[in-house]
Design a protein around this ligand. Structure first.
Ligand SMILES: Cc1cc2nc3c(=O)[nH]c(=O)nc-3n(C[C@H](O)[C@H](O)[C@H](O)COP(=O)(O)OP(=O)(O)OC[C@H]3O[C@@H](n4cnc5c(N)ncnc54)[C@H](O)[C@@H]3O)c2cc1C
Length: 455
């Protein structure tokens, strides 16, 4: 059986972080058949986190962000080619070139793209950017280096906040317009957002919350400014639309797979569901485009946009593509991500939006060095450190064992206040906000164990 699975034809669609790591794992695990990797972008796989950090600061060029290779991958790399559909009955991937690529097993790793500005004419003004690709970053970095008068950042999630941080570090005036009450609220909740707002203002960001940008204006095809919902106007020669990500699933509309705006639903072994909720055994999913159940979070289908998840899920998916049922592994790693902005090293484990309360368990926001621990119905579900990452492993252990919230005190000095406050996370039913909900009644206080196989 194993022998069969290690031969044949595998197609990977999406040639970025998850696609590359999956291709490497397939060969590591002895897949000796024909491997084809299809990617819409012409560039070989590159890393996105530096695009909103080092690249905008001019420290690294966008062309220098190629992902390091863990090994040589013997594959047919079809870069610059878009997949347009999947014919599940015939087991073929349809390409924009008109070709049909036959497969025995398929991995979908098409990730997300930047949500565009809704008015195409305004979006086409010179000076209006989104930030998802290396080309986007190269263009924006060039504008920032040229010293614009003012940059308008639309949306204060992680990407928008990192862009604003880069602007301030370069001495560029920046206005941030955010619909919610504070920056980072969608990912970390209102209590943390209030801290983030203080930090941004202390760094000279003109932060406008509770407002939306209603129109972008231009003259002779160039951006000149924007209008906000409170009636105010901002003069800016650069605007960055940072309104979150859209999952690349439209190409699967006729595939019969459970693919929609929230991603492609799959089981814990990364096997895609079909549109009836029946699990397939030849189509796998990994990375930002996947929605997968996690027992620590009541088996809700999680859609993540985390670098570490793309790596871990790709490895599990690839392993399961070349191993029979009993040897398959679940994708159970605890979600984790990081961000650097305004001199803060922010790291998160767990799912902060899966919470009702949060407490500063160590350090203090005033010192800009602390750990905020999140709880849901009396158990710990997430921890976010600011300039204090060394403690996160400890909290990860508490999350994995569903330890009681609030946590027992572990610091050297007790923090000034240990009273949990509402974490004030957005309604999870709102599409733009992180994990999606599907309660199953699983008892989360049991630690799951699973077998590991060496062969
Ligand atoms: C600016 C920026 C900063 C980030 N910073 C951080 C960070 O600090 N920490 C963190 O944890 N995460 C960060 N991330 C998120 C992280 O980069 C993603 O989680 C990761 O890139 C996901 O990898 P992926 O392979 O699943 O998807 P993607 O990287 O989105 O790749 C999907 C690929 O599939 C291709 N594709 C799509 N549709 C098709 C099709 N139909 N046919 C062929 N190819 C197709 C796309 O062109 C793309 O190349 C950041 C992301 C961005 C954009």
């Amino acid at each position: 059986m194993c022998g069969d699975l290690r031969s044949g034809r595998i197609v990977v669609v999406g040639a970025s972080l998850a696609g590359l790591r999956a291709a490497e794992t397939l060969r590591d695990e002895g897949f000796a058949g024909r491997l084809t990797v299809v990617g819409e972008e012409r560039r070989p796989p590159y890393d996105r986190p530096p695009l909103s950090k080092q690249v905008l600061l001019g420290r690294v060029r966008a062309e220098e962000t190629a992902l390091p290779r863990r090994r040589e991958v013997d594959a047919d790399w079809r870069l610059g080619v878009r997949a347009t559909g999947v014919d599940g009955a015939a087991r073929q991937v349809l390409l924009a070139t008109g070709e049909r690529l036959p497969y025995d097993r398929l991995l979908i790793a098409t990730g997300t793209r930047a949500r565009p500005w809704p008015d195409p004419a305004q979006a086409a003004l010179d000076g209006v950017f989104t930030l998802r690709t290396a080309d986007d970053a190269a263009g924006l970095a060039e504008r920032l280096a040229a010293g614009p008068r003012r940059v308008l950042v639309i949306g204060a999630g992680f990407t928008g906040s990192e862009i604003a941080s880069a602007c301030r570090e370069r001495g560029v005036a920046v206005t941030v317009a955010e619909r919610g009450p504070a920056p980072l609220v969608g990912a970390l909740g209102g209590a943390f957002g209030a801290f983030a707002a203080r930090v941004q203002r202390a760094h000279g960001v003109d932060l406008r919350c509770g407002v939306t940008v209603t129109a972008l204006h231009g003259r002779d095809g160039r951006l000149t400014g924007a209008e906000l919902s409170d009636g105010s106007r901002i003069e800016a020669d650069v605007a960055v639309v940072a309104l979150g990500a859209v999952r690349n699933t439209e190409w699967l509309a006729d595939s019969g797979l459970a693919a929609g705006r929230r991603g492609i639903a799959c089981d814990a072994g990364c096997r895609a569901f079909d549109m009836y909720g029946i699990v397939t055994d030849d189509v796998f999913v990994a990375g930002d485009v996947a929605r997968f159940p996690h027992p620590l979070f009541e088996y809700q289908l999680l859609s993540l946009e985390h670098w570490g998840n793309a790596v871990a899920q790709a490895a599990v998916a690839a392993h399961n593509m070349v191993n029979p049922g009993p040897r398959r592994l679940p994708h159970l790693s605890v979600p984790a991500f990081w961000s650097s902005q305004f001199g803060l090293n922010i790291k998160s484990v767990g799912v902060p939006t899966f919470s009702d309360h949060v407490v500063v368990a160590q350090g203090s926001p005033e010192e800009r060095r602390f750990v905020a621990v999140y709880g849901y119905r009396g158990r710990i579900t997430a921890a976010v450190s600011v300039n204090r990452a060394k403690w996160l492993e400890h909290y990860q252990g508490l999350i994995e064992t569903a330890a009681p919230f609030p946590p027992a005190w572990v610091g050297v000095e007790p923090p000034p206040s240990r009273t949990p406050v509402p974490s004030d996370v957005p309604d999870p039913k709102v599409l733009s906000h992180g994990p999606t909900v599907a309660l199953t009644g699983h008892l989360p206080d049991r630690r799951l164990t699973f077998r590991r196989w060496d062969g």
